[in-house]
Design a protein around this ligand. Structure first.
Ligand SMILES: [Zn+2]
Length: 349
């Protein structure tokens, strides 16, 4: 891969769409697999050869696990990684390593999803894991100067009741952990349309949580309308917005931030080819575009790499990249004075 330009690395950036469980490098997954002696997925013939040599995922196994052909395959790989996160100490470790990587990419602030849905589904209490992540965050902030806020994610295809439970958990933990600032719905959009979550979102809002939603990633623009109708303040992906000109006009007029994740869309097959990705069209149409990495090692990317792709494949100029970086702070949930501070550093680059 081409090196990343020094300008991009030094440009102050915020990362607004990143899943903690998706930030594990193959080395870290392999390390955790060894630590917990995790059995390999049952009935998955791709792992037979390695099963004979022991019940661990080697780095090469994880690299294979990170190759998938479609969105469902990606969700399965994501679940398989999350299954290897067993203890609060694991969450502490991966948060710290995530912040180390963010720092290397020139990221100063990140708003990061933690999937409560997956932990609930396993029958785990969520709080000890949040406490672990918080320990990692505090050490990471001290060592790398990166700030992190948390978005608690429900898995939409687990249903409304489960999402309500996730929101109630987020509300109850917020007092103790004020870095919890919002809730989101990720997972399979086709199996969990946003309108189902209207009451849950209204309830979360009443309790002061910000509302996020993945939308228009694997299904069409109607999913983005639905996300906005239930109060989503930013749109995760928004890949298919361009299919509906009225939607594009509304997104531009209201300046609803779009968390664009180019490499993710290509690797999950949600977008067939890089040159078909609408990021530049969205930007030229006046949408508030931000660039994000989603699950960076799972997609062979990093936030700085996404800026480099925007430049190399879509012709974004340095001034336009700076505008994307400014957008990332503008669209964040930071207080106004912190945003102003970050704008002023962007402007000096
Ligand atoms: Zn995502």
């Amino acid at each position: 891969m081409d090196p990343i330009s020094p300008f991009i690395l030094s440009l102050p950036k915020a990362e607004l769409h990143l899943h903690l469980e998706g930030t594990l490098t193959p080395q870290t997954v392999s390390e955790l697999s060894r630590k917990h002696n995790t059995p390999l997925p049952v009935g998955n013939s791709r792992y037979k050869a390695d099963e004979r040599s022991g019940n661990f995922l080697s780095v090469a196994d994880v690299e294979r696990l990170y190759q998938y052909k479609d969105f469902v395959g990606f969700l399965q790989a994501f679940k398989s990684i999350a299954d290897r996160l067993r203890t609060p100490e694991d969450y502490e470790l991966i948060t710290y390593r995530m912040m180390q990587q963010l720092h290397a990419d020139g990221v100063l602030h990140a708003e990061v999803y933690i999937s409560a849905g997956i932990l609930h589904w396993r029958g785990e209490e969520f709080e000890p894991f949040v406490a672990g992540a918080e320990r990692g965050r505090i050490t990471g902030e001290r060592d790398f100067g990166v700030s992190v806020l948390w978005i608690i994610d429900a898995v939409r295809h687990f249903g409304v009741e489960e999402a309500q439970r996730v929101v109630e958990t987020a509300i109850s933990l917020r007092e103790k952990y004020p870095t919890i600032i919002g809730i989101g719905i990720g997972g399979d959009e086709s199996k969990g349309p946003a309108e189902q979550f209207r009451r849950t979102y209204a309830f979360a809002k009443q309790h002061g949580l910000h509302l996020l939603a993945h939308a228009g990633e694997s299904v069409g623009p109607e999913s983005i309308w639905a996300a906005i109708n239930i109060g989503a303040e930013r749109i995760g992906h928004g890949l298919n917005a361009g299919q509906d000109p009225d939607l594009v006009d509304m997104l531009a007029e209201r300046q609803i931030p779009i968390e664009v994740c180019i490499s993710s869309n290509i690797r999950t097959g949600c977008c067939r080819k890089l040159d078909e990705h609408p990021v530049k069209k969205m930007f030229d149409a006046g949408l508030m575009v931000t660039l994000n990495s989603d699950d960076p090692p799972m997609f062979g990317t990093s936030l700085a790499r996404e800026y480099q792709i925007a430049r190399d494949a879509f012709g974004f100029t340095d001034d336009q990249l700076r505008e994307l970086a400014r957008n990332s702070f503008e669209a964040s949930f930071l207080p106004a004075e912190r945003k102003m501070h970050f704008f002023s550093i962007c402007d000096t680059k």
